[in-house]
Design a protein around this ligand. Sequence first.
Ligand SMILES: [Zn+2]
Length: 73
Amino acid sequence: MPIYEFRCNGCGNRFEKLCPVGTTGADLKCPECGKQAPERVMSAFQACGTGGGKGAGSGCGSCSSKSCGSCGH
Ligand SMILES: [Zn+2]
């Protein structure tokens, strides 16, 4: 299972959790304040590996890094 990073909408806490592929965070809770449904943070690595790569010359299109050096796109 991949490790996803989440950000709490309540307290802003960021945490990582091992989750099944496709996990959105809707079923999770912030470990700091207990608020439900933290927002999943897409790292460049994960975004590129799961549907990125829209075309050459413009990065992946779905990650924040234009050069996408970390994923080779
Ligand atoms: Zn929180």
